[in-house]
Design a protein around this ligand. Structure first.
Ligand code: AKB
Length: 315
């Protein structure tokens, strides 16, 4: 198995690369990113190259040269930043996917592309959101993710491309920081509390969203791709979640470990609107039944681990 990770310098890539290396061997994983400084960092522990995922010819050269048979297409602009530059968000999110799917078709690769809770909107049932339901998002990010799910299913049914994906909720991690998402508060808060004991939250206090801790997210990326395809009734894209909480609940959990932590709320209008349109909690039973999704981390264990790991990082 030769695996190409595109957009490897971001939050997911930084932790997916070592996991893939452990499973398939260090030399079989090629990490790429648009930014040279990210590639320099990746080179410390992996084979890494600069790649603009919108440059089809360079992308093709890498797939052909390294005999790639699986692509993780992680290049994306997230929900909140997407609203500041919708045309660019469309170009990047869709352009990278179209190139990845075309090359997967030509070179017979399997392909994983993260979808998101961003596919849902105000008209979606908000509690226990079903796998198959209304998807009318009102962000450019959501529009790209719905289009991406449809296009990936199209490439599977029309050309037989083995495209699979999950709808990621917010991903909480202590490696590389997320950037430009609506759920980023659930990572930022740990750094701010450990540095200053204060955090001002851009999301209203009682807004519920689904979340995952990174080790579960990474496991989903490989478990879904390695599962027996004959069991899959869905492909693009599976609801997955491990916990659903509001800022109030997360902060109460943090306060158990950092009693002098102080929290305030200064809702950002864009993030407030986006978070209100996303589910409170999703039903992920299809992922559980079809490929054995079963997360290990909950709010309590994640909070404790995040505080320990980030305290070490800051010391
Ligand atoms: C975002 O907030 O944009 C992402 C996501 C849920 O897809 N973390």
């Amino acid at each position: 198995m030769n695996i190409l990770v595109v957009g490897a310098g971001g939050q997911i890539g930084a932790e997916l690369i070592p996991h893939l290396q452990g499973l398939y061997g260090q030399d079989n994983i090629i990490a790429t990113d648009l930014k040279a400084e990210n590639v320099e960092r990746l080179k410390e522990s992996s084979r890494a190259l600069v790649l603009d995922a919108l440059d089809l010819e360079s992308y093709k050269e890498i797939i052909s040269k390294y005999k790639i048979n699986r692509i993780y297409n992680l290049a994306a602009l997230l929900s909140a930043v997407g609203e500041t530059k919708p045309q660019i968000a469309w170009q990047i999110n869709m352009g990278a996917l179209v190139n990845a799917l075309e090359l997967a078709r030509e070179y017979k690769c399997s392909i994983f592309t993260p979808s998101s809770i961003g596919v849902f909107g105000h008209s979606t049932p908000q509690d226990n959101t079903p796998q198959d339901t209304v998807m009318r998002p009102n962000t450019i990010y959501g529009v790209c993710k719905v289009s991406g799910e449809l296009l990936s299913d199209y490439y599977f049914s029309r050309f037989g491309v083995d495209a699979r994906s999950v709808r990621f909720p917010g991903i909480i991690s202590n490696g590389c920081l997320p950037g430009g998402g609506t759920t980023d508060y659930a990572v930022e808060v740990f750094y701010e509390i450990l540095k200053t004991q204060k955090y001002s939250c851009p999301i209203p206090a009682n807004t519920y969203m689904d979340m995952l801790y990174m080790p579960d997210a990474i496991k989903a990326c490989t478990d879904l791709m390695d599962c027996d395809p004959s069991k899959l009734r869905h492909r693009n894209s599976f609801n997955i979640t491990a916990m659903s909480f509001s800022p109030t609940q997360l902060f109460a959990q943090i306060k158990k470990h950092v009693p002098n932590a102080e929290f305030s709320f200064n809702p950002d209008p864009v993030k407030t609107e986006i978070s209100a349109s996303w589910p409170n909690s999703m039903d992920d039973s299809c992922a559980r039944e079809e490929w054995g999704w079963n997360p290990s981390w909950d709010l309590e264990s994640m909070t404790k681990d995040m505080l320990e790991k980030i305290a070490l990082k800051l010391s």
